[in-house]
Write a protein that binds this ligand. Structure first.
Ligand code: PMV
Length: 362
């Protein structure tokens, strides 16, 4: 725990018996990718992402003070209204990781109700939005126990806790652009939590669009934890971590200058590099599908023919995220319907755009 002592909950100033907290937390899409971690959930390189909006998790936490002292956690978990004992180990693991920082979670019994706005097992990572939503609820409970907690501390600690659930989740608390991982040119950046991009986001990037093409909804062959681990001893790891740090430095300048062409080069290169790391690890694996490559070819062709600023990025899966400026919304939509829907499983895609992070809901 050592250096993160500032996040240990100390002083309860209010009595809280029972209540309910509901929040919504979005997914995010990395522009410079995090791939490779060291214990516990610390990144080997800094990453930067757009916070999304439409794709989010809604979580309600019902809490009730337990009558007897106990050394275990007490909770039930409902996903889309159905009791899900199979999801419990993930939450149990999360609680174990955060309990030193929020010891009061042992004093309550919880009922957690959660649902996603995007289709289950669509290949869209639900861990980022799911873990950030749960972290947000836990921190709201902390706030009720100690109402004087400053907002800045609360936001930072929410991101810190979310990271312990799933690395990339720490980038979903705020928006529209967040950075996670210490970077030499960004003094406020940290391996322990994400911080918002402090520069002036150029108008070209405001309301940037992300349309997610659902290419393959199958279960991933490789979990992201296993993927991160394969960066240990990876022949290109050292160079890759250096490159990510450099790309992040360049990208923060681009986000201020508004140079969309330079943005495209870095973002597409980062996506392909992420997958190149997977293809060159031992064991090696390929998460892209033939349709992923067809879409990429089509995007390049479209850009060449029309001068559009449309580009793609990828997560650890086959789905393609199409990123483009808001003023191309209509034309890109036409292009997707005419040329790309055929590559989507059951013709499915999700229209999203950059958003502003987790928030309380009624
Ligand atoms: O947060 P995790 O452990 O699921 O890792 C996510 C890694 C990528 O989505 C592939 C890249 C990123 O930075 O989000």
């Amino acid at each position: 725990m050592g250096e993160y002592r500032q996040f240990i909950f100390e002083k309860q100033t209010a009595i809280v018996d029972k209540g309910t907290i509901s929040c919504a937390a979005p997914s995010n899409i990395a522009l410079v990718k995090y791939w490779g971690k060291r214990p516990v959930q610390l990144p080997e390189n800094p990453s930067i992402s757009f916070t999304l909006d439409t794709c989010h998790t809604k979580t309600t936490l019902h809490y009730q003070k337990r009558t007897a002292q106990a050394d275990t956690f007490e909770f039930e978990l409902f996903f889309e209204g159905v009791l899900k004992p199979t999801f419990k180990p993930k939450v149990q693991n999360f609680f174990e990781r955060i309990v030193d920082y929020v010891p009061f979670i042992k004093e309550y019994s919880f009922v957690i109700e959660t649902e996603n706005t995007f289709p289950h097992s669509s290949g869209i990572a639900s861990s980022a939005s799911g873990m950030s939503a749960l972290a947000f609820c836990v921190m709201e409970l902390e706030q009720r126990l100690c109402p004087a907690t400053p907002a800045s501390y609360r936001i930072q600690k929410t991101s810190f806790l979310a990271r312990l659930g799933s690395g990339s989740a720490c980038r979903s608390i705020e928006g529209p652009v967040t950075i996670w991982g210490a970077h030499p040119q960004i003094p406020e950046s940290s391996d322990a939590y994400a911080v918002p991009f402090s520069g002036e986001l150029h108008a070209n990037f405001k309301q940037y669009q992300d349309t997610i093409l659902l290419i393959d909804k199958g279960e991933k062959q490789v979990s992201s934890s296993v993927g991160h681990d394969l960066m240990h001893g990876h022949p290109f790891a050292k160079e890759r971590f250096k490159q990510a740090t450099q790309n992040l430095g360049k990208l923060t300048e681009i986000l201020t200058s508004g140079d969309v062409d330079a943005f495209i080069t870095i973002v597409e290169s980062e996506a392909l590099t992420l997958h190149a790391m997977m293809m060159t690890s031992l064991p090696y694996f390929i998460l892209m599908k033939p349709h992923t490559l067809s879409v990429i070819q089509k995007v390049w062709q479209y850009r060449q023919e029309t001068g559009s600023k449309l580009c793609f990025t990828l997560d650890a899966g086959a789905n393609v995220h199409l990123l483009y400026p808001a003023n191309e919304k209509e034309s890109v939509k036409e292009f997707i319907v005419a040329e790309l829907v055929a590559y989507c499983q059951k013709g499915q895609y999700i229209c999203d755009e950059i958003g502003f992070g987790a928030k309380m809901i009624e």
